[in-house]
Design a protein around this ligand. Structure first.
Ligand code: F6R
Length: 261
């Protein structure tokens, strides 16, 4: 049994062996969990104003960005921050409203003082996608690496768009989305013919190089994936399970997502 005592507290995850710094933070509501993640991001940015943040899209992250926008209004500056998003749909122009580039501007970048030139997403319309992937890896490396990578989790245990079957050493590359991911994300598209079935994503190896990782899971649709990721075997069948071997990961969940822990 994973150690759970009180809601809203963080505890060291004694259930994990060989882990220097693993933590589970449980919250009553999805909003409390999102605020927790926003506070952790804010602390990193306060400590290191030119921090390199690994960012994610998806419904889970929207309240996190809302909280950060409010903190920016109250004086937290992102002017020195560099950011790298996990992924982008293949074939969607950055100006397409459902591209992750446009989404990030709509839900975060356009509302804070981050410099557009310091924000990075893979270009899903690059003509040479292999070169684009290598250039993305290089750009991350040139900043000195990601200080904090934030992650959501797919119902099938994916992180970024590393679907089940992804290997631990995978790097930024083109992937085909799993049927469950396509169906979960269809809610964001008006017309199914516009919804891409491929993406360009940081690999598991890329993600695991971040100095700190914080993964946020909210809602009951994530309960099975979170349980597999935290307590199941470390296996490509559940890509998020590789986080068990990272030296500094915080698992942040609301009570619905933590239901099976
Ligand atoms: C998004 C991403 C994905 C999502 C995951 C959960 O950039 O990389 O791994 O974090 O699909 O999506 P939501 O939050 O919409 O349930």
């Amino acid at each position: 049994m994973f150690p759970i005592n009180e809601w809203g507290t963080s505890m060291s995850a004694a259930a994990f062996e060989n882990v220097e710094n693993e933590e589970l933070a449980l919250h009553r509501t999805a909003n409390d969990a999102a605020t927790d993640l926003a506070n952790r991001i804010a602390n990193i940015v306060r400590d290191k104003p030119d921090a390199v943040l690994g960012l994610a899209t998806g419904g889970t992250m929207e309240p996190v960005y809302e909280a950060l926008i409010a903190m920016n209004r109250d004086g937290l500056s992102f002017a020195g921050v560099r950011s790298f998003n996990l992924d982008e749909y293949l074939g969607l122009d950055p100006t397409h409203p459902m591209s992750y580039r446009a989404t990030m501007h709509r839900i975060f970048f356009d509302h804070v003082d981050i410099l557009p030139e310091n924000t990075h997403l893979p270009n899903g319309t690059a003509t040479d996608l292999t070169a684009e992937s290598a250039a993305y890896e290089n750009a991350i490396r040139q900043t000195g690496g990601i200080d904090l990578q934030i992650l959501g989790i797919g119902r099938n245990g994916h992180i970024g768009f590393n679907e089940p079957g992804s290997t631990v050493n995978s790097r930024t590359r083109v992937v085909t989305l799993a049927p469950d991911t396509i169906s979960a994300n269809s809610r964001f598209f008006n017309r199914t013919e516009e919804q891409p079935v491929q993406a360009i994503t940081m690999g598991l190896g890329t993600i695991l190089e971040a100095r700190q990782i914080a993964i946020l899971a909210t809602g009951k649709s994530k309960a099975r994936a979170l349980d597999n990721a935290m307590r199941g075997p470390v296996t490509p069948d559940c890509p998020a399970s590789f986080l068990q071997d990272h030296k500094s990961v915080s698992w942040i969940a609301d009570n619905e997502a933590a239901d099976l822990l």
